[in-house]
Design a protein around this ligand. Sequence first.
Ligand SMILES: NC(=O)c1ccc[n+]([C@@H]2O[C@H](COP(=O)([O-])OP(=O)(O)OC[C@H]3O[C@@H](n4cnc5c(N)ncnc54)[C@H](OP(=O)(O)O)[C@@H]3O)[C@@H](O)[C@H]2O)c1
Length: 251
Amino acid sequence: MDISTNYTITAGELKDKVILVTGANRGFGKAMTLDLAKAGATVIMLGRDLGSMETVYDEVVDLGYQEPVLYPLDLEGATPEHYEQLQANLFEHFGQLDGLVHNAGIIGTMMPIEQYDIKLWYSTMQINVNAPFMLTQFLIPVLNKSDDARILFLSSSVGRTARAYWGAYGVSKFAIEGLSKTLSEELEKTNIKVNSLDPKRMRTKMRQTAYPAENAEKNPLPESMSPAIVYLMSESAKSLNGEQLTLEISS
Ligand SMILES: NC(=O)c1ccc[n+]([C@@H]2O[C@H](COP(=O)([O-])OP(=O)(O)OC[C@H]3O[C@@H](n4cnc5c(N)ncnc54)[C@H](OP(=O)(O)O)[C@@H]3O)[C@@H](O)[C@H]2O)c1
């Protein structure tokens, strides 16, 4: 299902919502953090680089948007104990969670499976699949406290149609699609709606790494796509569950 990026954010439309975004310090995660805060949500910014997280925090506050919360965590090294602690912190400070956006990810390397670096395969699977699985498992009880919660998994076209040489990244996104669909069925009768989203091409570090020779200027900026994330967290998108969503690049 296509989702338009031509969404006009209304100040306060996500007031009182608490939304956790992984990889919130740069790229698409930063863009959605700004827009979600603009819409009035309190964004829990999860990331591993505190310096760039603080820079985004300052930007949000300087713009007069809802103040975010910084949550430093490296998803590669995080253990169940770290997620348990996060769950406890969310219960203590907010009592509920209304949105969980699994945005963080790494591209791994472009390589035939036959030669794929085994250590990098493990890292990619840990960050792109195992971390979202554990994070979701520990945060379901907090999401259950919301009367309208969303989980969004960032996916990719290579997680829906296999493409040679995309290796662990492509396989990890196939796994994310499976996780999203399975969860959406398990949580069908709850207030938690679960969807996956292919944002298509965006002018970020990840895209540049995957396509070093292309003219990056032709790719849309993540800020032009992120209003759609506000829509997906809003009341208007309440009926979406178990969908494979794709962002529609507006010309
Ligand atoms: N850009 C595209 O064209 C495109 C297309 C299809 C799908 N996507 C998907 O969209 C999402 C965002 O992509 P993007 O283009 O914004 O990527 P990006 O610019 O490379 O940003 C990736 C984010 O993930 C974080 N991250 C990576 N490893 C982490 C770890 N171990 N712990 C915590 N955070 C970690 C990064 O933090 P650091 O700064 O610390 O590295 C960064 O904030 C990804 O899931 C990607 O697969 C993107």
